[in-house]
Design a protein around this ligand. Structure first.
Ligand SMILES: Cc1cc2nc3c(=O)[nH]c(=O)nc-3n(C[C@H](O)[C@H](O)[C@H](O)COP(=O)(O)OP(=O)(O)OC[C@H]3O[C@@H](n4cnc5c(N)ncnc54)[C@H](O)[C@@H]3O)c2cc1C
Length: 308
């Protein structure tokens, strides 16, 4: 029940100001967002890749309001790519991008986001890696899929994300699997109405399994984005039945969540990619992590009270 309330708060400017300014918030935030600058996260990139993990890097900051901020977001990714190029990690470190941060919600947003994301995809390709377009709320998805299709004409390795909680996703999965895309499947992290999305966990989990089966049996490269142990073992079984080798799909989890499991799967020979977010505008990302697990919120509130 708490999840939707926290997700609603994630859109409130008043809550943003309150939480961002709370004295203890930073300590709690650090668990999920390990740095504010590229310099701060380079040692983390080196540490995680040194331990056999792969990365997808996310510069946080989806709530922009001007084209200048969208350009700044593009430039932040270009600076990150320059640093990754020096580390020579190739596909072991890719990028995750929210098109809202590239201007998608502004006037002529579709064209603006495409114009901003293309140079990032080009720069990523130049250092031997790629980009995955994150899935945001359902109103943004037609534009995201159209941009994904457009980018794939020149950069077929560009990936995208689909969300099991949406009714539309099984059809999206069939289309993407047939076209040979790299596709991350996740449960979905936004507050969506019953007119477009399953509301019950059991229904979302069942839809997730149906979508995984489509992806595993298809032509593309499935990326299983989940911390759910049951779904992870079903993924392994579906991959085995579809005749996929260990390097023909991968697991993805978020930085700071079930970190032992990251290492366990990597040690078993799986490709394990850690979604690592960094930056100063962490509010929206952080609130989604609180909403996913009420215990996070309890911990957060307790630490505020004890400091207070
Ligand atoms: C790599 C990756 C990329 C993602 N990209 C997107 C995206 O583009 N769009 C989108 O809408 N969503 C995205 N998500 C978020 C996703 O939609 C879910 O909200 C999130 O993964 C939680 O679902 P779960 O599959 O882990 O299962 P759950 O049933 O939520 O969790 C399973 C178990 O994992 C642990 N866990 C899960 N979340 C947390 C948490 N926040 N804190 C502590 N423990 C936790 C708990 O032990 C929990 O019991 C992404 C998730 C991952 C892993």
């Amino acid at each position: 029940m708490l999840g939707p309330v926290i997700l609603a708060a994630s859109r409130s400017d008043r809550m943003r100001r309150l939480i961002s300014a709370a004295p203890v918030t930073k300590q709690v935030v650090d668990r999920f967002i390990p740095g504010e600058t590229v310099d701060a996260v380079v040692p983390i990139i080196e540490d995680l890749t040194g331990r056999g993990l792969e990365l997808t890097m996310d510069v946080v900051g989806e709530d922009i309001t001007t084209p200048e901020q969208a350009t700044a977001a593009r430039d932040a990714y270009l600076r990150l790519i320059e640093r990754l190029g020096n580390l020579e990690l190739g596909t072991r470190a890719e990028m995750s991008i929210k098109l809202s941060m590239f201007g998608q919600a502004l006037e002529n947003g579709h064209e603006l986001a495409l114009a901003n994301v293309r140079p990032v995809v080009e720069a990523a390709a130049a250092i031997g890696t790629t980009v995955t377009l994150d899935a945001e709320d359902h109103t943004t998805l037609d534009s995201m899929f159209a941009i994904h299709e457009e980018l794939r004409k020149d950069f077929p390795q560009t990936g995208c994300v689909i969300q099991a909680y949406l009714y539309r996703t099984e059809e999206d999965a069939r289309r993407l699997a047939a076209s040979g895309s790299r596709v991350r499947i996740v449960k979905g992290a936004y507050k969506e109405p019953a007119s477009v999305a399953y509301q019950q966990k059991a229904e979302i989990d069942k839809a997730y399994v149906r979508v995984m089966r489509t992806l595993m049996e298809g032509e593309g490269y499935p990326m299983i984005g989940s911390h759910d142990p049951r779904l992870i073992s079903i993924a392994q079984e579906l991959a085995r039945r579809s005749g996929r080798k260990l390097d023909e799909y991968e697991f993805q989890m978020l930085y700071g969540i079930r970190s032992d499991e990251h290492l366990r799967l990597a040690a078993e020979g799986h490709r394990m990619r850690v979604y690592t977010a960094y930056g100063t505008d962490w509010y929206g990302y952080f609130m989604r992590r609180l909403a996913e697990k009420p215990a996070n919120l309890r911990f957060f509130v307790r630490s505020m009270v004890s400091k207070g």
